[in-house]
Write a protein that binds this ligand. Structure first.
Ligand code: G4P
Length: 320
């Protein structure tokens, strides 16, 4: 991954602008084409071995944490969407996101891979989606077999955490039977499900700077590849616009500052980040904001709005 920075004039602007038009100074990230081709090839190889794909998204940014080519890569393989880190996301909005996916005919489950919430529902969904395939296999004369699935997602979305959680205490790896291209490790989940123990790592929608920004806010992008000050200021502007009460509460604010810069300086002052002569240590203040936001100290927040649903889609969602 590498950073591509656009020329710009610094992060100034009103809260409303924070994510609206593309700003000159928005950092973007890039996966090199070679990395993408290789990642895709590995995923496509493993896809042949599974009945169902578990697409892992970050519940705070379900749209921005998607891989832009997922449908093209998995084609008609059944998929279940996992909205992971749901403990950090706005639960009302997570519900709306689940309904949105249902309206598109895609099953979605809210999960907290750290605490293990939502896993039973996920396993049930995977089994349900795999059943037509395993049934067909038996009808064709095969011995009843477990459904097989794999996890796909962009870096940092919680793939390893979910695998470890699903594996639980009963994590026993068994080598695959010979005959498959390479020996694969499968984790047995209950009696009727097997999970590939290596997840597929795919790239995010790096070409969209707004997406890059949200990936930076949530920590999906390595902190060393963007300008932290820019990102923190834009995060604060977004929160000033969408979640002002959380800021008010967290930092005991009376009057809301008009810009992200002013708010950052105020937070620095309130938290005692002062250098010699009483100058605010902005560097320290930035780290405080980033750490507290990512660990959910500002409360549960969702940054991607749910797209509006057409009437017919809403009816479909109501049936799920
Ligand atoms: P990856 O394999 O997709 O790259 O992601 P990984 O599981 O390594 O998870 C990335 C970070 O996200 C980890 O935090 C992990 O604990 C956290 N995480 C995963 N699932 C959840 C979840 O449902 N809720 C919350 N709140 N966090 C989750 P880290 O700070 O990088 O590591 P660590 O402090 O957990 O060791």
């Amino acid at each position: 991954m590498a950073k591509r920075r656009r020329q710009g004039s610094g992060a100034q602007g009103r809260a409303e602008d924070a994510l609206a038009p593309v700003r000159d100074d928005t950092p973007t990230i890039q996966w090199f084409p070679g990395h993408m081709t290789k990642a895709r090839r590995i995923v496509e190889e493993n896809l042949k071995l599974v009945d169902v794909v578990i697409e892992l998204l970050d519940a705070r940014i379900p749209m921005s944490s998607e891989n832009p080519m997922l449908t093209e890569i998995i084609q008609d393989k059944p998929r279940v969407v996992v909205l992971n880190k749901s403990d950090l996301a706005d639960s009302r909005k997570t519900k709306d996101w689940v309904a949105y996916f249902a309206s598109k005919g895609i099953a979605a489950v809210a999960v907290d891979a750290n605490k293990g919430r939502g896993l039973k529902q996920l396993v049930r969904k995977v089994e349900e989606l795999a059943k037509p395939k395993t049934d067909k296999f038996v009808k064709a004369g095969g011995r009843p077999r477990a459904a097989r699935c794999m996890i796909l997602g962009i870096p940092n979305v919680g793939k390893s955490s979910l695998i470890n959680r699903l594996a639980g205490a009963a994590r026993t790896k068994t080598a695959d039977k010979p005959g498959v291209t390479r020996a694969k490790q499968w984790i047995h989940i209950g009696r009727s499900l097997e999970l590939l123990d290596t997840p597929g790592i795919l790239w995010p929608k790096f070409e969209d700077p707004h997406v890059g920004l949200k990936l930076a806010f949530t920590g999906a992008i390595n902190d060393t590849i963007y300008d932290l000050e820019q990102v923190v200021i834009l995060l604060l502007e977004t929160l000033l616009r969408d979640y002002p009460d959380r800021l008010r509460e967290r930092f005991k604010l009376q009057d809301m500052p008009a810009s992200g810069e002013e708010l950052l300086a105020l937070i620095g002052k309130k938290r005692g980040c002062l250098q010699k002569g009483g100058v605010v240590d902005l560097d320290k203040a930035q780290h405080i904001v980033m750490t507290e936001f990512r660990s959910g100290k500002f409360g549960a927040i969702t940054l991607d709005p749910v797209p509006p649903m057409a009437d017919s889609d809403a009816r479909e969602a109501a049936h799920h």
